[in-house]
Design a protein around this ligand. Sequence first.
Ligand SMILES: [Zn+2]
Ligand SMILES: [Zn+2]
Length: 298
Amino acid sequence: MTLIDTGPQDPATLAALREGLSARGLAFKDIRRVVVTHAHVDHFGLAAQIVAESGAQVLSHARNRWWLTDFNREWERRYEFYHDVFQRSGAPRESTDAAIAGMRRLAPYAESVPPDRFVPLEDGDTVMLSGEPWRVVFAPGHASGLICLYDAASRALISSDHLLRDITSNPVMEPPIRGETRRPRALVDYITSMEKTARLDIRVALPAHGELIYDVRALVDGRVAFHRSRLDHIEQQLECCAQTPYEICNILFPHLKAFDTFLGLSEVIGHLDILEDEGRVRLDASDGLWRYIPAQKS
Ligand SMILES: [Zn+2]
Ligand SMILES: [Zn+2]
């Protein structure tokens, strides 16, 4: 038996999962493999407990190795990185501290799995599910190590948080993976990944949250158009004057608090990355603070 994502490490989730399995005459000890679509605590939090009871392997994209097997150290790296990003983005100290405190509250929802249980996956690999070969589709963006699974026979895509029907997925900002120096450009990657999945022949996408998706092409077109109009909107905000990501975040989302400020900043920085790539804005970091200015001004 293969379980795809586990839910967070939380008593209610644990009970619900045990009950769901037991209703089918199954238990944790029957689980041979856990596929983790991406390294967010609501997707892999219970993996450690399941592995402890079953010895299951944990299959996930190679990029998720440290997050899954060295969870506490990875959190510490992120606190440092996000603290730095908040400061450079012009966020006040209180807002930075509140966002980091919000992140710390997520830490108890997962634990590391033993490194010898981790099996790295890459784009194009095959995972056999009920005798059918499901193809690993690497789709970074919402998370830098996100994978979907695609079955050509049923034309079904397990889309995780990559495609959600009723909300846009946040392009969550991440530090550079260990061994790299550049942080992922989350929204740049995300739009590329959406185009990649839209080219698959999909009858139905099964997201990790919410309702099934039957028209992936239309959903992707809508999402890309939404981001295009937000790019224009942010560019307009910069016509008057150079602004920091935090200032732009306050214009777009005026009432964010604590952890939500992090999501807002991720959204803004994701768009600024694209504007910069497209040569529409320029980053001035000469005094340590990130200020974005229209490219034609000097
Ligand atoms: Zn997620
Ligand atoms: Zn999720």
